[in-house]
Design a protein around this ligand. Structure first.
Ligand SMILES: *Cc1c(COP(=O)(O)O)cnc(C)c1O
Length: 351
């Protein structure tokens, strides 16, 4: 792999004040697709792309992205969490958006090289990591609506702190009953930028009403709970941990899958099924809704202390983080950072 190192290394930010997604590292990986094939990936100094105003992605949005994290363990090993699953998911998205599939092994090798080169950018404090953003977009210069023939795949990395400024404080979420994020047959199950564009208005509405996040409902009946839009959602109802089943409009989160596998291994009762807002409210009223939390790479596990639907608000677990939520946060971050053993083969060491 061709590696061109920068001659002008950046001054690193204060690793105690990282925030999320603000400081890009010194290098990136770039791989172009032309004439029916991917070219060799290259690592180059991080920098601007020059984009013709007629580039397809700017107009018709043929694009995909992924998000995963790299860690440095106490004993100095560099690890990634389930990286293959991200590229497999990107390939599912590529199929849906008529884009070329990646060779997963090549993408993984490129990722490993980049992370090794950027190892000094990996923060080590609790809650911090190196966030990895693989992206693919159509680079054809042409204002016609059709699937492109030229694509660019790149990986950029940035050190990140906790996703939410107030850390593991329970969040408050607003159930959106007008706008929808995605529908069955649409693109909700893939990570494409358009899904996020469509969700911003719900996010802004939630913020204006004093909530942290919007919780989306299904597009057809506006009755069944889907997800938060960057996180999948879980409920502890009586003794069962319940999450909406993957219907085609929900993003199949790798954290969601990890949570289900961890719970099953530790003999918790899990259910993947439809959950209606009515059921959720009834469970809250009867006291059987014990906990609620979101699961996604960026925040890992995020407790929910309150939800609102129409004009009513409902408290969950007395507004405090519940036992299962806290167990999952500890277990997942423990496995990811090498503090706890990985019984699932999820952690990949970069050597
Ligand atoms: C990325 C994402 C998630 C979380 O997926 P992970 O693989 O766990 O990071 C959930 N919902 C949406 C819409 C997403 O884009």
């Amino acid at each position: 792999m061709k590696v061109t190192k920068t001659t002008n290394k950046k001054v690193k930010p204060d690793f105690n004040k990282l925030g999320f997604g603000k400081y890009m590292s010194d290098h990136m990986l770039v791989m172009d697709y032309e004439n029916g094939a991917w070219k060799e990936p290259e690592i180059a100094p991080y920098g601007d792309f020059s984009i013709d105003p007629a580039t397809q992605i700017l107009h018709y949005g043929q694009g995909l992205f992924e998000g995963l994290k790299a860690y440095k363990t106490k004993d100095g090993r560099i690890t990634l969490f389930r990286p293959r699953d991200n590229f497999l998911r990107m390939n599912d998205g590529a199929e849906r958006l008529c884009m070329p599939k990646l060779d997963v092994e090549t993408a993984l090798e490129g990722l490993f090289e980049l992370v090794k080169l950027e190892k000094d950018w990996i923060p080590t404090d609790a809650g911090t990591s190196l966030y990895v953003r693989p992206t693919m977009y159509c680079s054809n210069v042409f204002l016609g609506v059709k699937a492109g023939t030229a694509y660019r795949f790149f990986i950029a990395v940035c050190p990140v702190g906790a996703y939410y400024a107030n850390g593991l404080e329970p969040t408050r979420i607003f159930i959106e009953d007008f706008y929808v994020r995605s529908s069955i047959g649409g693109t909700g199950a893939i990570k494409c930028p358009g899904n996020y564009a469509a969700s911003l208005i719900g996010q802004e509405k939630a913020h204006k009403l004093g909530y942290d996040q919007a919780l989306w409902l299904d597009a057809k009946d506006k009755k069944y709970i889907e997800e938060v839009g960057s996180m999948n959602i879980f409920f502890v109802i009586d003794d069962a941990v319940v999450t909406p089943e993957l219907t085609g409009s929900i993003l199949p989160g790798i954290t969601r899958d990890s949570v289900l596998k961890l719970l099953k291994k530790d003999a918790y009762k899990t259910q993947e099924r439809r959950v209606s807002v009515d059921e959720l409210i009834a469970a809250q009223r009867s006291g059987s809704l014990k906990e609620m939390f979101g699961a996604g790479t960026a925040a890992v596990i995020s407790p929910v202390g309150e939800f609102a639907y129409k004009d009513e608000t409902f408290s969950v677990g007395g507004g405090k983080m519940g036992k299962i939520t806290s167990y999952l946060y500890d277990k997942l971050t423990g496995i990811q950072t090498g503090r706890l053993p990985d019984e699932f083969g999820w952690v990949v060491e970069v050597k």
